[in-house]
Design a protein around this ligand. Structure first.
Ligand code: AKG
Length: 258
């Protein structure tokens, strides 16, 4: 059997280039996921800062205030890299590094601590939906070429708010009028509706990883189940691709992962 360090590099890069994302099944072992889940559970139960609540974002479905029922539902446990060695260990694993080196065609890669870098949660009962966007709405870098690595710590299905993506959309260059004021795709436009109709859901299991490009359009629904969905999410960039000074992307130093 092939180890997770041996894989068809050409096929991996070709799929990513064509679709803007690629799923690797069982990249993290059950044991690793359980270890991560144990620590995530502790941070979630104690609500250890820094966290982002659903109310902070006000995405569709979010409670209106911290005092409302579900108001203290966490959306993200922030600063995962600095929080705990189990997260750092996963973020710098060779199985991730070799794949990123393949996708960036470079060995000089850094992890951004400024956004994502989190445990993304979809709470049972009080979660929100994320509208269609490219992650470049969050990023201010010299080049719009970042890659997010999303590890599922449990089943991700449509009913618990899995990712949806528009394959190949990372190559699109849309006019500014296609976006709303918050840089989400406007759903009132027929052109955007046609684009969204090409979307596919990314249903994955515990230990599976999605690599996706920062230009890829993606979205996610609410969690309609009774179990909180948890994913560990880091974003990487080439060393020469710097965060623009005095932006949210440059608030924390990136970490070299070679
Ligand atoms: O789980 C979700 O709602 C999607 C999150 C997402 O796309 C993001 O934070 O960029």
């Amino acid at each position: 059997m092939k180890s997770n360090l041996q894989f068809d590099q050409d096929l991996f890069a070709k799929l990513f280039e064509r679709d803007g994302y690629v799923v690797v099944k069982s990249l993290a072992s059950d044991e690793r996921c359980d270890e991560l889940l144990q620590v995530v559970g502790e941070y979630l139960t104690a609500q250890i800062a820094p966290v982002e609540y659903e109310v902070d974002l006000q995405y569709p479905g979010a409670p209106k205030s911290l005092k409302d029922p579900g108001g203290k539902t966490i959306r993200r446990l922030l600063h995962a890299y600095a929080r705990d060695p189990v997260f750092r260990d996963w973020a710098t694993q060779d199985v991730i590094k070799v794949r990123l080196q393949q996708l960036f065609s470079s060995n000089d890669i850094k992890l951004s601590q400024s956004h994502h870098n989190c445990i993304m949660t979809k709470g049972a009962g009080f979660s929100s939906a994320t509208m269609w966007h490219q992650d470049n709405r969050y990023w201010s870098f010299d080049e719009q070429n970042l890659i997010t690595v999303w590890l599922a710590l449990g089943k991700e299905r449509d009913e618990n708010g899995c990712l949806w993506v528009i394959p190949g959309s990372h190559k699109l260059d849309l006019a500014p009028g296609r976006y709303d004021a918050a840089s989400f795709l406007r759903t009132d436009l027929e052109l955007n509706q046609a684009l969204i109709s090409k979307s596919v859901k990314v249903e994955i299991d515990k230990g599976d990883v999605v690599f996706f490009h920062s230009q890829l359009f993606h979205a996610a629904g609410r969690n309609q189940t009774q179990k909180t969905k948890k994913s560990l999410v880091f974003t990487y960039h080439e060393t020469h691709n710097n965060a623009i000074e005095n932006t949210r992307s440059s608030r924390f130093p990136s970490i070299a992962i070679q």
